[in-house]
Design a protein around this ligand. Structure first.
Ligand code: GTP
Length: 231
């Protein structure tokens, strides 16, 4: 049975545990974080996303493409997280220009595999390489990527060890989590919240870098002008 979940494109959610007071504080830094969730068929991309948004696991999710919006309040920041959950069947048939647009839209990526499905694990390395090539060609900054091994509750069917997941993440300079969307909310929270934080850090670092670069540029222009004036 496919249950229709009460979510709409760009629906907004604030989990009960978030301190709402902080969100209305005018000194709160507001930031946006676009997150793309990718991975093979049926690895639990929607289950993980819906678990984070609603704290619930409903079993069946249908084959719909969604962008969800969600607000997180953390350490004096209000982060508006936009999550693009793309079914694998859609990703497969999309033209490369559509895929490229999605990658450029995203500030951070969640790449999901199932610990019971070796093939879903094997497709991740080339996916990370494509993302890095596309994003890091445009910016010096490291692109925030999280690799997630899902369905941890199905340990009797495990074919990918935790060690393999951790090593893949380490070798690709990504974060790593092993979770069960079916069993717990905490893992999903760690994945999305951790990524949102890293996206904000990367954006702030970029802003700082751009600021410093523009100061250096204007100072060089002043000195160059002085040198020409004195000729
Ligand atoms: N046991 C278990 N089942 C899970 C878990 N996460 C998802 N599932 C099940 O796996 C199936 C696929 O989950 P989805 O969230 O639809 O997977 P998806 O990656 O979004 O799939 P596509 O939309 O086809 O790309 C569903 O039957 C879920 O109930 C988990 O952590 N444990």
């Amino acid at each position: 049975m496919v249950l229709r979940i009460p979510l709409r494109r760009s629906a907004s959610f604030t989990p009960d545990h978030q301190p709402l007071m902080e969100m209305s504080n005018p000194t709160t830094l507001k930031m946006e974080a676009n997150v793309l969730v990718l991975g093979a068929d049926s690895v639990g991309k929607s289950a993980l996303t819906v678990r984070f948004l609603t704290r619930r696991f409903i079993g069946e999710y249908g084959d719909m493409e969604f962008i969800y919006s969600h607000s997180l309040a953390m350490e004096g920041r209000e982060i508006h997280v936009h999550i693009w959950d793309i079914p694998c069947s859609q990703d497969r048939v999309d033209e490369s220009s559509a895929k490229e647009k999605r990658v450029q839209w995203a500030d951070g990526f969640i790449l999901v595999y199932s610990i019971c499905d070796r093939a879903s694990f094997n497709v991740l390395r080339p996916k990370v390489q494509v993302i890095k090539a596309a994003k890091e060609a445009l910016s010096q900054e490291k692109v925030p990527i999280v690799i997630v091994g899902n369905k941890r509750d199905l340990h009797h069917r495990r074919v990918v060890s935790s060690e393999e997941g951790r090593l893949l993440a380490l070798s690709m300079d990504c974060e790593f989590y092993e979770v069960s969307a079916a069993e717990a909310y905490h893992g999903a929270l760690m994945v999305f919240q951790g990524l949102a934080e890293r996206i904000c850090e990367a954006k702030l670092a970029l802003k700082k870098g751009t600021g410093i670069r523009s100061i250096v540029k204007s100072m060089s222009a002043v000195f160059a002008r002085k040198r020409t004036d004195s000729l």
